[in-house]
Design a protein around this ligand. Structure first.
Ligand SMILES: [Zn+2]
Ligand SMILES: [Zn+2]
Ligand SMILES: [Zn+2]
Length: 256
């Protein structure tokens, strides 16, 4: 089945440019150096599956002319991946059912707490997001396609990446276990966290993700969750052609 993957955002938690920063990348005129918070959209057979709802979701949805979201998968409950949940509102009205939001049990509990007004409130004036949290503990079938959670280590926490068909999206990690690496063979498209060159306690670096990409041998690998240390053009020149930095608005066709 043909599918299209759109990179809604490729930036780290503070986004690029970062508020108040005077560095060269934050002042770059290259549009690929403008990075909103990390998220992707997958479209197949008229279905739209979103991974994470970032604080930039509204801008991303307007930019990409998103008219429909059929399901959301959450990688984890950090602010840069969930704070746009309320902006699902206009897409959640005029549907036969609530938009399902899939998250690991512990992440679902945090999201429920963060958005208590949406899940627990009785608000007689309406306009609450019409969404429903669903606990995800195993691969899930969404409209005929299996989305498999891939556990990764993000600092001290275990969170999820996802594999779907010949593509995998691993946005925040510092380590990938051998068991998870085994689930990532034979990929056409692979997304890996690559924050910057300097080591970070909860994120992978360009150098570390190059090693992982070398082991996994996906046809095309894209780095994401990028901070302002990396200029798009300069960094890409230093990378092999099959491994490149992602950028906001990048669209990829692949087989599910
Ligand atoms: Zn993040
Ligand atoms: Zn900067
Ligand atoms: Zn995170």
């Amino acid at each position: 089945m043909k599918a299209t993957l759109t990179v809604l955002g490729s930036g780290t938690s503070m986004g690029v440019p970062t508020i108040g920063c005077d560095c060269a990348v934050c002042h770059s005129t290259d549009p690929r150096d403008r990075r909103t918070r990390p998220s992707i959209l997958i479209e197949y057979s008229g279905n739209f599956v979103l991974i994470d709802t970032t604080p930039d979701f509204r801008e991303q949805a307007l930019r990409e002319n998103i008219r429909k979201i059929d399901a959301v998968l959450y990688t984890h409950a950090h602010a840069d991946h969930v704070l746009g949940l309320d902006d699902l509102r206009p897409l959640s009205f005029h549907r036969p059912n609530k938009i399902p939001l899939y998250a690991r049990p512990d992440h679902a509990a945090i999201i429920r707490e963060m958005f208590r007004y949406a899940f627990d409130a009785v608000y007689k004036f309406g306009n609450l997001p019409q969404v429903e949290l669903k606990v995800l503990e195993a691969p899930v079938d969404l409209f005929g396609v299996t989305f498999e959670p891939i556990p990764v280590i993000h600092g001290e926490a275990e969170i999820w990446g996802f594999r779907f068909g010949s593509a995998a999206y691993l946005t925040d990690f510092s380590e990938i276990s051998d068991a998870s690496m085994e689930k990532l063979s034979g990929l056409d498209i692979l997304f890996l966290d690559a924050l910057r060159h300097k080591p970070h306690p909860t994120h992978s670096t360009v150098e570390n993700s190059l090693k992982i990409a070398g082991r996994l041998q996906a046809k095309r690998t894209f780095f994401t969750h990028i901070c302002h240390d990396l200029s798009h053009a300069e960094t890409n020149q230093s990378l092999p052609p099959q491994i490149q930095l992602a950028y906001d608005g990048l669209k990829l066709e692949f087989e599910l």
